[in-house]
Design a protein around this ligand. Structure first.
Ligand SMILES: NC(=O)c1ccc[n+]([C@@H]2O[C@H](COP(=O)([O-])OP(=O)(O)OC[C@H]3O[C@@H](n4cnc5c(N)ncnc54)[C@H](OP(=O)(O)O)[C@@H]3O)[C@@H](O)[C@H]2O)c1
Length: 316
């Protein structure tokens, strides 16, 4: 559950069909992949207005998600995000509403389930929270969220309009949110939605120091954990995951997702893949049950290993 919004245990990040991981697939493949995820039980889909090739336009990804899900819209939860820039004399509510109406149109729907502010800008979070509260009352969104924020911002926002979800980077190798953010969310009935939960593919075990990423529109060229030195440094974590995976008859990516599902009741990861088989593999992680003993062993092993590379809450 994300506040009062029911979603599948694992959601789907749709970004790579438009941006961020190199060559995008043909639109027909992306639509089939999203529909395949739905048929496999996924009811939670994540997009954003800015996801487009090289971030060069607006709405490429939302249009794909809209086309893929229009026939099952009532059965799914769609989350999208906006970047907010308001001039000193501008109206925050009006500006957000304009972005939202454009997203609603591209998504071929009449409301957005979870509407996130993609990054904090110069607008005080209280003003954004107030506007989001109005949009909830008007039925244009069911809930709202923030992305890449700290506990102070979350608390200020929550006091104005209770949040449905926080979407921060979180994985076995990016654990800042464990300190106070996830506990705050648990206490206040806010869902926590980890992005890059497989650490941009690192935790799948399929990336080695020899892996070359695509030159065009591939975030893995600058993600700190995926520098050649850090991929090499993090191999003990990958090896540890591979060992666990073998014992559980699962894959390393699945173990990394099962770990966070076991750890927190309010965490709903949104792994991203533009490959139909891997999408199914990731969704099947919800069937990988870890016993308390197995979880503790995994957590202990992880705590003993040094993590190389850190992205934290900053950056894009
Ligand atoms: N709020 C934000 O600022 C923000 C930032 C980034 C992302 N997001 C959202 O979060 C979603 C997930 O983030 P992400 O895509 O960075 O997450 P991720 O799942 O950690 O990483 C995706 C990368 O991992 C690979 N991968 C995924 N599953 C795999 C598997 N089972 N085996 C091998 N490789 C695998 C993918 O390659 P293949 O495609 O080849 O499978 C892709 O290169 C995005 O789609 C987007 O919706 C939000």
């Amino acid at each position: 559950m994300l506040q009062n919004i029911e979603v599948s245990e694992i959601g789907m990040g749709c970004m790579a069909f438009s941006h961020g991981y190199g060559q995008i697939p043909p639109e027909s493949y992306s639509i089939e992949a999203i529909q395949g995820a739905y048929e496999h039980g996924c009811t939670f889909f994540d997009t954003a207005e800015v996801y487009s090739p090289n971030l060069s336009g607006i709405g490429h990804n939302e249009r794909i998600v809209g086309k893929a899900l229009k026939d099952v819209r009532q059965n799914v939860v769609i989350a999208t995000k906006l970047f907010l820039r308001v001039s000193p004399f501008g109206n925050v509510y009006q500006t957000i509403r304009e972005h939202l109406e454009a997203s609603i149109c591209r998504l071929q729907t009449d409301m957005v389930d979870i509407y996130y502010l993609h990054r904090m800008g110069s607008v005080p979070v209280e003003k954004t929270a107030e506007a989001m509260g109005r949009l909830i009352e008007e039925g244009l969104i069911r809930g709202w969220g923030l992305s890449q924020v700290d506990t102070d911002i979350i608390d200020r926002a929550q006091k104005v309009t209770p949040l449905a979800a926080i979407q921060n980077i979180y994985s076995m190798v990016e654990r800042d949110s464990e300190q106070s953010i996830i506990p705050y969310c648990m206490k206040n009935n806010i869902g926590f939605v980890p992005f890059s939960p497989i650490a941009s593919g690192l935790l799948s075990g399929k990336i080695t120091p020899e892996t070359r990423f695509e030159k065009n529109d591939d975030v893995r060229n600058w993600v700190p954990q995926l520098s050649r030195g850090n991929i090499a440094g993090n191999q003990p974590i990958v090896e540890m995951l591979k060992e666990f995976a073998q014992k559980k008859n699962a894959t390393p990516a699945q173990i990394s997702l099962a770990w966070m599902l076991h750890k927190y009741p309010n965490v709903v990861p949104i792994p991203g893949s533009k490959n139909k088989e891997r999408i199914t593999e990731n969704l099947n992680a919800s069937a990988v049950e870890l016993s308390d003993l197995e979880f503790t062993a995994l957590e202990d092993s992880l705590n003993q290993l040094k993590v190389y590379g850190h992205r934290g809450l900053g950056g894009f």
